[in-house]
Design a protein around this ligand. Structure first.
Ligand code: ANZ
Ligand code: ZN
Length: 816
C-alpha cells in the first residue's frame, strides 16, 4: 500500500461526516465523558496553537469514544469582539460578514485536521439565538440583584470618543490614534462576582486533584482574601476645621495590626474624598493640585508599578493608641478601590512605606524585632517577630499581638476584624457595536428596567457606520429609541454591549443540550446534569485567571438559579504549553509562524498531529522542528508500508507464546508495553510522547521477527493505540486488515511480560567468568550441569570443591 495522506484523509473525513461518527448519544444510561478544548476566536486562519489545543482534546475524546463511553466533544466560536470591528474600520467589511466568513474558513481548516467534533452542537456566540438566551440569563441575574450599575474610572480617548480596554492603552496613549488617554468617570454595568468570593476560594480545594497547582494559586491570589483590622483615624481638631467640618475621620485596613506602633504617617489614594475636597476648595497649593491631577490621570494598575510619589496634605490625624499626631499624605500607591482607600504607613516593616518615607524624609520607627533579621534602618524588615516600642504589647509575638490588638480595638469600639478580598465586581460594559446588547431600558418614569423576555433577543442593527469614533449603537439614528416594557412610554435602550467574557462563561453548558431544544431553552437541566462537569478542559495558560474564574462564577450562579446542579465547570484542566520557533513564541508580529495548512498539504494531517503530540508533553513548550516533522511522516509511512506483513483476518489469531522465537517474544512484549503505556497516559498526565515512543519501539521489534501471527496481532494493537493520534492512517489500515472500525479497549496479556529465561552469571572462586541463559523452570541439577560445561575452561582439571547456586541470581564454583 502506498501511503497517500491526501487521499485517505479526505476519504475518512467524508466517512465520519456522512456517518455522524462523532455525535454524542442521548442515551443517558451510558457512562459519559465530556472533553472540551477552549473554543476559538474566529480571527481568520488557524495557527499552530490551535492545532496543538485541538489535537490534544481530540486524542482524548477519541480514546474515550473507542472505550465505549458516550463522548461529548463539541466546538463553537467565540465570535464577538474587537478584531471584527477593527477589520470594519480598516477595510470597511461589516463585522458580521467578516466574522462568519472567518468561521466558514476556519471550520474547513479544523475539519482537515480530522478533529472529531460533534457537528450538531456547534454555534457561534454572535448567533442571535445565543444572544437571546444570554440576555435572558442577564435579566435573571439583574432580578436576583447580581447586576448593578455604577460609575467608575475608565480609560477614555477624547479623539476617538471611546472607552479603551487596558490592553488598548499603550504607554498611556490610545492604540489607534496615539493621543494621550484620560481617566474618566463613566457609568457601567457590574456583575456581583464578589458575592461568590468565598465560595470561589473554598472550592479551589475541590479542584486540587484535577487542576495544575499554579493555576489554583493564581486563582487564589486573584481572589486575594486577607484578614486584618479595619479602624478609623480621627482627624485632629485643626484639620477638621480646615476641612470645614465635613469630615471627622477616615477608615484604613491593615493586615499587620502588630505594627501599629510603627506608624509614622498615613496615606490617602489620589481619588480619596478628602483629597478631592482639599483640591476643590484650594486648601493646598496650585502646584500640589497639579501634581495630584497627574497622579489621577494614570490608571491605578499602572500607577502601582511606578515609582512611589506623593505629597503632604498639610493635615493630620490622631494615632488611636498613642494619641500622637500623625501627618497625612497622598500617595500614588494607595488604591481607592481597596480597604478604605487609605493606609496606615509603617516604613520600618513595609517595603512601599519604606521607599516612600526614605524619598520624602519621613520618620521611621521600629516596632517589630526579629532575631534573624535585625532592623538597622537601611531596609524594612517585613517578617513577623516580637513587638518593641509598643507599650503594653511589647514582648508579644506578632501573632499574639495581632489578636490582642484586634480584641482591644473591638472592645473599645475603635475598629473591627474584617475579611477583605482583592476580587472586584466584574465590569461588563463595553461601548462597542460587535457584542451582545445589554438588554436594559432607560425610562423616564420607571427608571432602569429590563427588556421584556418575549422581546428577546435585543438584536444588533445591521445598518451601522463603524468608524472607530464613539459607539455605533449610540449614534445610530433609530436603534436606541424604543418603548418602556413597563409603562409603554417612549424610552431609550442601553447602548452598552457585554464584555465577550460573558459569552465564554456559559458556552460549555449550552453544548450539553441537544440542538432540538435550543430555541426554547438556555439549556436542558437533565442534559446538563448528565454531561457536566467537563471531564477534561484543554486550553492556554493565558486564561488561567479571568476566563476560568468567570466560568466558575457563572456555574455557581446558574446552579443557584436552578438551571443545573454543577458546582464547578471543569473537573480536570490541562494547560497546554506554547508553540515556539527558534526559541520564541510563534506569532505573526515576529514573523516566525508556520502555516498549519501548508504542513497538512505537504505531509498530511496525521503527520501534523503526530509531530505535535510527539515533540513534547502537552503541558510543556514545544519547539518547532522541521526534521522532526519529517521524522513523524516517515514513521507513519513505515507503519503503512509494513502493514503488508500482517494478515487480512476476521479474527485476531491466538498465539502460543512459549513456542515463539526470542525475537517474536520480544516483539509481543514491546507491543503490549505500548498498550500499558497507553492506559497510563490516558489515565493521567496525557504524556502522548511516551505512548508514541513505545509504539515506535514496538514497530521496530515487530520488524525484527518474522512470525505472521505476531505481526497481525501487533498491528491490531498498534492501530488501536494510535487511532487517537493518527486517526486517518489507523482507520485506513484497520479497514484493510480487519474490516471497518475495529477500535476498542484492549486487555493486557500478562504472559508476554513474564520472562521465560534468565541470564545467570557464573563465577569461579568468586570471580565472574561467563554467563548462561537458561529456561526459568530448569532444576538446580540441570543448571549446575550447564554451568560447569560453560565454565570448563576455568575449571580444567582442578577439581570442584563446592557448587553454589543462588536461585535466579548466580552460580559460584569453588575449585582447588
Ligand atoms: C500596615 C502595614 C504594615 C501593612 C506592614 C503591611 C505591612 P493585602 O494583604 O493585599 O490585603 N493597604 C491597605 N489598603 C490599601 C490600599 N487601598 N491601597 C494600597 N495598599 C493598601 O494588603 C493589605 C495591606 O496593604 C495593608 O496592611 C496595608 O498596609 C496595605 F508592615 O498596613 B498594611
Ligand atoms: Zn417606563
Amino acid at each position: 500500500m502506498d501511503y497517500n495522506p491526501s487521499i485517505i484523509e479526505q476519504k475518512w473525513q467524508n466517512y465520519w461526516n456522512e456517518n455522524s461518527s462523532h455525535e454524542p448519544s442521548n442515551d443517558f444510561s451510558k457512562e459519559k465523558k465530556y472533553i472540551l478544548s477552549m473554543f476559538p476566536y474566529p480571527s481568520g486562519r488557524i495557527h499552530m496553537g490551535h492545532v496543538r489545543n485541538y489535537t490534544i482534546g481530540d486524542a482524548i475524546a477519541r480514546n474515550f469514544r473507542k472505550q465505549d463511553f458516550n463522548v461529548l466533544h463539541p466546538i463553537g466560536w467565540d465570535s464577538f469582539g474587537m478584531p471584527a470591528e477593527n477589520a470594519a474600520i480598516k477595510h470597511g467589511i461589516h463585522p458580521k460578514k467578516w466574522t462568519y466568513e472567518n468561521i466558514d474558513y476556519m471550520k474547513k481548516e479544523l475539519n482537515s485536521l480530522g478533529l472529531s467534533f460533534s457537528k450538531t452542537r456547534e454555534f457561534a456566540t454572535s448567533d442571535e439565538l445565543y444572544t437571546k438566551h444570554e440576555q435572558h440569563i442577564f435579566i435573571e441575574m439583574f432580578k436576583k440583584g447580581l447586576v448593578y450599575q455604577k460609575s467608575s474610572t475608565l480609560n477614555w480617548c477624547e479623539t476617538c470618543h471611546t472607552v479603551l480596554a487596558n490592553e488598548q492603552v499603550e504607554e498611556g496613549c490610545c492604540w489607534r490614534c496615539d493621543n494621550p488617554v484620560e481617566q474618566r468617570q463613566m457609568p457601567g454595568y457590574y456583575l456581583k462576582i464578589t458575592d461568590y468570593a468565598q465560595e470561589l476560594l473554598d472550592d479551589c480545594k475541590k479542584l486540587e486533584k484535577g487542576w495544575p497547582s499554579q493555576v489554583l494559586t493564581m486563582q487564589e491570589n486573584w481572589i486575594g482574601r486577607s484578614e486584618g483590622l479595619e479602624f478609623d483615624f480621627q482627624l485632629s481638631d485643626e484639620s477638621k476645621q480646615k476641612l470645614g467640618n465635613n469630615f471627622d475621620a477616615y477608615t484604613v485596613f491593615t493586615t499587620r495590626p502588630d505594627t501599629i506602633y510603627g506608624v509614622t504617617y498615613t496615606a490617602l489614594a489620589p481619588e480619596h474624598e478628602i483629597v478631592k475636597y482639599l483640591m476643590k476648595n484650594s486648601l493646598i497649593s496650585e502646584e500640589k493640585i497639579k501634581k495630584i491631577k497627574e497622579m489621577q490621570a494614570v490608571g491605578s494598575r499602572e500607577r502601582a508599578q511606578n515609582e512611589k510619589e506623593g505629597l503632604s496634605l498639610e493635615i493630620d490625624v490622631i494615632h488611636p493608641l498613642t494619641g500622637e499626631k500623625v501627618p497625612v499624605w497622598v500617595a500614588n500607591f494607595v488604591l481607592i478601590e481597596y480597604g478604605g482607600g487609605a493606609v496606615m504607613a509603617v516604613p520600618a516593616h513595609d517595603e512601599r512605606d519604606f521607599e516612600f518615607a526614605t524619598k520624602y524624609d519621613l520618620p521611621i520607627i521600629q516596632s517589630i524585632e526579629n532575631e534573624k533579621n535585625s532592623f538597622d534602618g537601611t531596609e524594612p524588615t517585613t517578617e513577623y517577630g516580637k513587638l518593641v516600642n509598643s507599650d503594653k504589647y511589647t514582648g508579644m509575638t506578632s501573632k499574639k499581638a495581632q489578636k490582642a490588638i484586634i480584641y482591644d480595638f473591638e472592645q473599645n469600639e475603635l475598629g473591627k476584624k474584617v475579611i477583605n478580598f482583592k476580587l472586584r465586581d466584574w465590569g461588563i460594559s463595553r461601548q462597542r457595536y460587535w457584542g451582545a446588547p445589554i438588554p436594559m431600558i432607560h425610562c423616564k418614569k420607571c427608571g432602569l428596567v429590563p427588556e421584556a423576555i418575549e422581546n428577546l433577543p435585543v438584536a444588533l442593527p445591521s445598518d451601522v457606520d463603524i468608524t472607530g469614533e464613539g459607539n455605533p449603537l449610540d449614534t445610530h439614528p433609530t436603534w436606541k429609541h424604543t418603548k418602556c416594557p413597563c409603562c409603554g412610554e417612549d424610552a431609550l435602550r442601553e447602548t452598552d454591549t457585554m464584555d465577550t467574557f460573558f459569552q465564554s462563561s456559559w458556552y460549555f453548558m449550552r453544548y450539553t443540550t441537544d440542538q432540538s431544544m435550543w430555541e426554547d431553552k438556555v439549556f436542558d437541566k437533565k442534559s446538563s446534569d448528565y454531561w457536566m462537569n467537563v471531564d477534561q478542559y484543554v486550553g492556554g495558560i493565558e486564561h488561567a485567571i479571568l476566563h476560568l474564574l468567570y466560568a466558575r462564577f457563572f456555574t455557581k450562579v446558574l446552579r443557584d438559579m436552578g438551571y443545573s446542579s454543577a458546582d464547578e465547570p471543569f473537573e480536570n484542566l490541562l494547560t497546554q504549553g506554547m508553540v515556539l520557533k527558534d526559541g520564541s513564541k510563534m506569532s505573526k508580529s515576529k514573523g516566525n509562524t508556520i502555516d498549519p495548512d501548508a504542513i497538512i498539504k505537504q505531509y498530511g494531517a496525521d503527520t501534523a498531529r503526530l509531530f505535535i503530540l510527539f515533540a513534547a508533553p502537552p503541558q510543556k513548550e514545544l519547539e518547532w522542528n522541521d526534521s522532526a516533522v519529517e521524522g513523524a511522516y516517515k514513521f507513519i509511512k513505515r507503519l503503512s508500508d509494513r502493514s503488508e506483513n500482517a494478515q487480512v483476518v476476521k479474527e485476531i489469531p491466538s498465539i502460543d507464546h512459549s513456542s515463539l522465537s526470542k525475537e517474536s517474544k520480544l516483539a509481543r512484549k514491546k507491543v503490549y508495553e505500548a498498550l500499558k503505556k497507553s492506559n497510563e497516559v490516558f489515565e493521567s498526565g496525557y504524556a502522548f510522547n511516551t505512548l508514541i515512543a513505545a509504539s515506535m519501539e514496538a514497530l521496530n521489534a515487530l520488524h525484527a521477527q518474522e512470525n505472521k501471527d505476531v505481526w497481525t496481532e501487533g498491528y491490531f494493537v498498534l492501530l488501536n493505540l494510535l487511532e487517537p493520534i493518527i486517526p486517518h492512517t489507523c482507520w485506513e489500515l484497520s479497514q484493510n486488515l480487519f474490516g471497518l472500525n475495529n477500535f476498542k479497549k484492549l486487555e493486557l496479556i500478562e504472559e508476554v511480560f513474564v520472562e521465560s529465561s534468565i541470564v545467570l552469571p557464573i563465577t569461579v572462586n568468586g570471580k565472574k567468568r561467563t554467563e548462561i541463559e537458561v529456561a526459568k523452570d530448569l532444576s538446580k541439577d540441570e543448571i549446575l550441569t550447564l554451568a560447569k560445561e560453560a565454565a570448563s575452561k576455568w575449571i580444567e582439571d582442578k577439581g570442584i570443591i563446592k557448587e553454589i547456586y543462588v536461585p535466579n541470581r548466580l552460580v559460584n564454583l569453588v575449585v582447588k
